[in-house]
Design a protein around this ligand. Structure first.
Ligand code: FMN
Length: 416
């Protein structure tokens, strides 16, 4: 665990810092949040407190109820009876995101008029700034001179991204980078060694639902949104793996740093998986391939005349094919969407039949979880045990799945 201080100042992008706090907490870090008073006009302290599990501090005159401790630490640290500098003294890295033009100017001027600015001035750990603002504010000579001065004093400035800005219709450089990129920068600055336990591993993830054409405009498909696979790809990338995502009709963007290959049909997915699997150590088959396809797709759009009989033929079993060609040291995780009944027994049978190392079972009869929803609740079925992962957002469920994969690989004599 790294101890991270997150400074939040008043800008539209403050909502993205909530996601940063969530990702950093999910990755196992202890995060404390210092907000400017104006940041509170954009996002509420209660949201940060709920995410990181510790009070947010605003004023330098406030006493920290945790006396400088970070979430996950036992007991109180409490070196300094005055207390306002303890978090700065105890952190491994300090990120200000978003850094408003106003807060950047204050930091460049050495102001100490809030908990954020006071702590920044007193912090000897690596300090990072992620400016986010309108591109004209960013490009102004004053902002640029302030950033240059901070950079010269050893502060790492994370350049904003270019793209659509909050002001309607405007584009330019000023967007806060993705929370994943911010976290990677902070972890690198904090020299957090445990940050990339999957460094050197290649992970192949499949996501979404395949489509089997009936004619050029119609298809047989399913309701898989690809969210679970995207969450897994993001979690593997955060562990430092090199991740390839085979995305079957996924409308959502891939996580930062993930290589994406789009596919449409089960046959496309099978071809891409066969090409990518030999170079991967871990396969996470979260996609829902169609089990049947029309025996013959019409080359021309079918017209609405009379009844239409579709003859369906089974598609190839992708997972079984990959398992048959596996080499020692590869870990294979299959997914089973079951509809009620004795789902665990059926998942266990699938584990044995397919020869996978783990089956992630979800019950698609519950509309609150699984397909198209943001949450999931799964049972992890392995040869030696079954673990129930309670209902949670898909990122949290993805972390639980990868932790189980870690344990499977630790117990495997061939996994490296
Ligand atoms: C709707 C709205 C959006 C704003 N967005 C930004 C922004 O993205 N970046 C920025 O530097 N300032 C932005 N500002 C201006 C800052 O909120 C303002 O300069 C404030 O004094 C910053 O206070 P702080 O740096 O103490 O948090 C915005 C103001 C408003 C009213």
């Amino acid at each position: 665990m790294a101890r991270l201080l997150l400074g939040v100042s008043g800008g539209i992008a403050a909502y993205k810092s909530l996601e940063f706090a969530r990702l950093a907490t999910l990755a196992g870090h202890g995060v404390r949040v210092l907000m400017t008073e104006n940041a509170g006009r954009f996002v509420g302290a209660a949201s940060f407190e709920g995410i990181v599990g510790a009070p947010v501090l605003v004023s330098e005159f406030e006493r920290d109820p945790l006396r400088g401790a970070f979430p996950g630490e036992v007991g109180e640290i409490g070196h300094d009876p005055i207390g306002h500098l303890e978090l700065a003294a105890n952190c491994d890295a300090f990120l200000v995101a978003p850094a408003s033009a106003n807060t950047i100017a204050k930091l460049a001027g050495g102001f100490a008029d809030s908990m954020l600015t006071t702590s920044f001035l007193a912090c000897t750990a690596p300090r990072l700034l992620a400016p986010a603002m309108n591109d004209r504010m960013y490009g102004d000579a004053a902002t640029q001179a302030n950033l240059a001065a901070l950079h010269d004093r050893g502060v790492e400035v994370i350049e904003p991204d270019e793209g659509p800005l909050a002001s309607r219709g405007e584009r330019g450089r000023g967007r806060l980078p993705d929370p994943e990129r911010l976290l990677a920068a902070v972890e690198a600055a904090a020299s957090w060694e445990g940050a990339r336990p999957w460094d050197g591993l290649s992970v192949l993830v499949t996501a979404g639902g395949t489509r089997e054409p009936i004619d050029p405009v119609r298809f047989i498909g399913n309701r898989s949104s690809g969210r679970m696979g995207i969450a897994l790809a993001g979690a593997a990338a955060r562990r430092g793996a090199s991740v390839t995502l085979l995305a079957a009709n996924v409308a959502l963007p891939a996580p930062a740093g993930v290589r994406r290959i789009d596919v449409e049909t089960t046959a496309d997915l099978q071809r891409a998986a066969a090409a990518e699997f030999p170079g991967s150590q871990i396969l996470l088959m979260a996609a829902a391939p169609a089990d049947f396809r029309p025996a013959a797709a019409s080359a021309a759009k079918l017209t609405r005349e009379g009844a239409l009989d579709l003859h369906l033929t089974p598609t190839d079993d992708i997972l079984a094919g990959l398992v048959a060609g596996r080499t020692p040291g590869q870990t294979i995780v299959g997914f089973a969407a079951e509809h009620g009944g004795d789902a665990v027994a059926r998942a266990r049978a699938k584990l044995a039949r397919k020869g996978a190392d783990l089956i992630v079972l979800n019950d698609v009869s519950d509309p609150r979880i699984g397909f198209e929803s943001a949450e999931n609740e799964v049972t992890l079925v392995a040869a030696e045990d079954e673990i129930e992962v309670p209902r949670a957002d898909k990122d949290t469920v993805a972390e639980a799945i990868l932790e189980r994969v870690d344990r499977l690989r630790a117990a495997s004599p061939t996994a490296k």
